[in-house]
Design a protein around this ligand. Sequence first.
Ligand SMILES: [Fe+2]
Length: 238
Amino acid sequence: MRIAILSDIHGNLEALQVALQYLRENGIDQIYCLGDMVGYGANPNECLDLVAQSCSKVVMGNHDHAAIGQTSVNYFNDYAKLSTYWTLSVLSARSRNFISSLDFTWQDDKILLVHATPANPPFWHYVLTEQDAREEFEAFTQNVCFIGHSHFPVIFSKNEGLIRVQKFMLNKQDKYIVNVGSIGQPRDGNPKTCFCVYDSDTGQLEYIRLDYDAALTREKIIKAGLPLFLGDRLLNGY
Ligand SMILES: [Fe+2]
């Protein structure tokens, strides 16, 4: 089965539409979403509607949780805080209901989905280093755990450490934490939208990077009265 895993859409409708178009044209069996559908961007309701229609599994992100008043914004930086207040003010009842229905994890015997960390999903910690990953490997039994949250595409292998490649064959005897990158706000210096396609039969994992109209997304952010920085950063991917 070919599965696409998307994360950290952050109200960026243009990037999400480009990704979904690609998935329609490339014979993907299932789409999973790792949360943070909202926050930062100008189209939270539209993104939530598309995710609800397109994704068979969806887990809760910290920005989603904050947008229904469940996670405190005290630890958010000023940009995240301001955009959360804005999102709270525009979120539809349908969007709130959809977010409220989400769990922190989804799993079967081979795959675990979580936004932040497998050990403590609602604590919203980050897996940034090999040391962080080493502690997290003890928290799950599956072959692979897909995460988002840092917006930085990277693979952690229990046996091989940190791996940064565009294509990789997962070994069924090893264990992996795969950060799928961010659809709506990439932060690895590459402004193209980012997600993963995983073939659960062969173990083949591929990062897909696609151009989208980031200038239009930036315009919408500015028009909505959100901080200019949240628009500008999309042009550079940081
Ligand atoms: Fe995020």
